[in-house]
Design a protein around this ligand. Sequence first.
Ligand code: FES
Length: 175
Amino acid sequence: MTTMSSDGHSRRDFLFIATGTVAAVGGAATLVPLVAQMNPDASTIAAGAPIEVDLTPITEGQAIKVFWRGKPIYISHRTKKEIEEAQKVSLADLPDPQTDAQRVKKGHDQWLVLVGICTHLGCIPIAHQGDYDGFFCPCHGSQYDTSGRIRRGPAPLNLAVPPYEFVSDSKIKIG
Ligand code: FES
């Protein structure tokens, strides 16, 4: 079954993009075997090595999930509307006050990168759901906004932003 999200994108879109990203990585490894041999192997990645993610397949309004150090990491390509919603919120309305600018990289406002673990009891929130068009945790109803900040529910803190950097305009390194 295909589930439609509030922005009109389907769950099937999400899976397609995620699969495409993996396929792209595999293709690159085939083309440059020497480079691939120098990359960390699976056990090293599992132990915490940085991972690089190509952002090219993620279209505006979509979010993908990757894994780093065994944790789900959301990478969301925010729409103009989502960015504006995140920027216009008053800090006084936030249980864990942080500006949107503190949670994204300067010049890359469209990209939101988050640890997808609810700060209440550790469930995985669902992207593009809830009253704030951000993330909704189905376990006990915590609602996060389009910057991943807690807005309502039992979670005490914003979704964490993992350490990451842009290595180019279309690629990030997490970790
Ligand atoms: S674990 Fe998310 S609201 Fe409880």
